[in-house]
Design a protein around this ligand. Structure first.
Ligand code: SF4
Length: 64
């Protein structure tokens, strides 16, 4: 499973990076990107799911 941030939806709330700082980087304007493009380690899955569930813009998707 990997993280995809839809840049057309992200509103720069920064919640994803608060929840999972190792999984998301924020740019100077607060817009998010995934820190990696490979499969997520099992230990990170719960945090990734939480970030996806709590993103107010529904911009975070988990791809299998
Ligand atoms: S929580 Fe959602 S809207 Fe906020 S920075 Fe992360 S991806 Fe963007």
């Amino acid at each position: 499973m990997k993280i995809d941030v839809d840049g057309t939806k992200c509103q720069g709330y920064g919640l994803c990076a608060e929840i999972a700082p190792d999984l998301f980087d924020l740019d100077d304007f607060g817009y998010a990107a995934s820190t990696g493009d490979g499969p997520l380690p099992d230990a990170q899955l719960d945090l990734a799911r939480r970030a996806a569930a709590e993103c107010p813009a529904a911009a975070v998707r988990l791809l299998s």
